[in-house]
Design a protein around this ligand. Structure first.
Ligand SMILES: NC(=O)c1ccc[n+]([C@@H]2O[C@H](COP(=O)([O-])OP(=O)(O)OC[C@H]3O[C@@H](n4cnc5c(N)ncnc54)[C@H](O)[C@@H]3O)[C@@H](O)[C@H]2O)c1
Length: 308
């Protein structure tokens, strides 16, 4: 399945979506109100597709790059779009104005999806005539290497739109999940938040160094998590599966849950204690490049394996 996608906002996330859709054979129109940004994004996407090909994650980078063009206006980008992926700034005012414009301009068939990290769809679509076709489709950075997309509809989003969105994201090689009820942080960042708060607490209270805490994830929990989630993990950690695991271990987990990390773990003096032990990276851009290369290799490995 392929079609036409309008990429609204051509920054970091917009460009990643453009590469993902183009790689899957879609026709991509990029729009950005900042002068020259959409045009520059076309070239940046072509470069990015070349790098993905080098990692074994794009079969035809030149063909994919040809699928991407810059639109001169929002209306031009949206004309005949099957889906619009909005990637403007993370501000409620911007999303409100932009979705009102997109709803007025887009053909009736167009799904209007926002990449918003934390603004729920119900906050910026309620008054729209076409509110039934709107939802959040939250990617994870960098989306061309991490395939998860959290689909979070508003209460008035049509189930048919959610089904169609799921088919589209599956079809372009992403992994959509459904957020069944709107909740702050969706699913991924709530899980990340639980782990991060405990990590801040354990280091700031002197139980472990930040370096050894990171090893606990990258050389411990994270090895399993790259191919199985926490439910699949605990099912295999007790002979009788999940009921047996709950019977054996929930006494301990209940005691932990009764004493969660406080919001103050994210403030001084807790943060000062952590930073005093952390050797800051001197060259963040090259470290990000290193991260993306490692992620690309891991993604290529996962694609070469049968997941189930
Ligand atoms: N960066 C991340 O890690 C990440 C991850 C997941 C989701 N997101 C979400 O994706 C969205 C975009 O984030 P980003 O990191 O690409 O930001 P960015 O700053 O790289 O890009 C934003 C782009 O939006 C453009 N823009 C400004 N006003 C606009 C308007 N009215 N209409 C359309 N475009 C407009 C800007 O010119 C810019 O090119 C945000 O909602 C963000 O929360 C970001």
């Amino acid at each position: 399945m392929s079609g036409n996608v309008a990429i609204i906002g051509s920054g970091l996330i917009g460009r990643a979506w453009a590469m993902i859709f183009a790689r899957a054979g879609w026709t991509v129109r990029l729009y950005d109100p900042a002068p020259g940004v959409a045009q520059a994004a076309v070239g940046l996407c072509a470069e990015g597709l070349g790098s993905l090909a080098g990692e074994g994650l794009c079969n035809d980078p030149l063909g994919a790059a040809k699928q991407i063009s810059a639109a001169g206006s929002l209306a031009e980008a949206l004309a005949d779009a099957d889906i619009a992926q909005e990637n403007g700034p993370e501000s409620l005012e911007v999303k409100l104005a932009l979705f009102a414009e997109m709803d007025a301009l887009a053909p009736a068939k167009t799904i209007l999806a926002s990449s918003s990290s934390a603004i729920r769809a119900s906050l910026f679509t309620e008054e729209l005539k076409g509110r039934a076709r709107c939802l959040v489709a939250h990617p994870v950075n960098p989306p061309h290497l991490i395939p998860l997309v959290e689909l979070s509809p508003a209460p008035w989003t049509s189930p048919e739109v959610v089904t169609r969105a799921r088919q589209i994201y599956n079809g372009i090689g992403q992994v959509p999940i459904a957020v069944l009820k709107e909740v702050e942080g969706f699913i991924l960042n709530r899980l990340q938040g639980a782990l991060l708060a405990e990590a801040f607490r354990l280091v700031s209270e002197g139980y472990v160094t930040p370096q050894d805490l990171d090893k606990t994830v990258k050389d411990g929990l994270g090895l399993r998590w790259s191919f199985m989630g926490p439910f699949a993990t605990i099912e295999l950690n007790a002979p009788g599966g999940i009921p047996d695991y709950c019977a054996r271990y929930t006494g301990f987990y209940k005691r932990l849950a009764a004493d969660p990390a406080a919001p103050s773990v994210y403030e001084a003096p807790a943060t000062e204690k952590i930073l005093a032990q952390w050797q800051a990276e001197s060259d963040l851009p090259s470290r990000m490049k290193w991260r993306d290369q490692r992620l690309a290799a891991l993604r290529a490995h996962k694609q070469s394996q049968s997941e189930e």
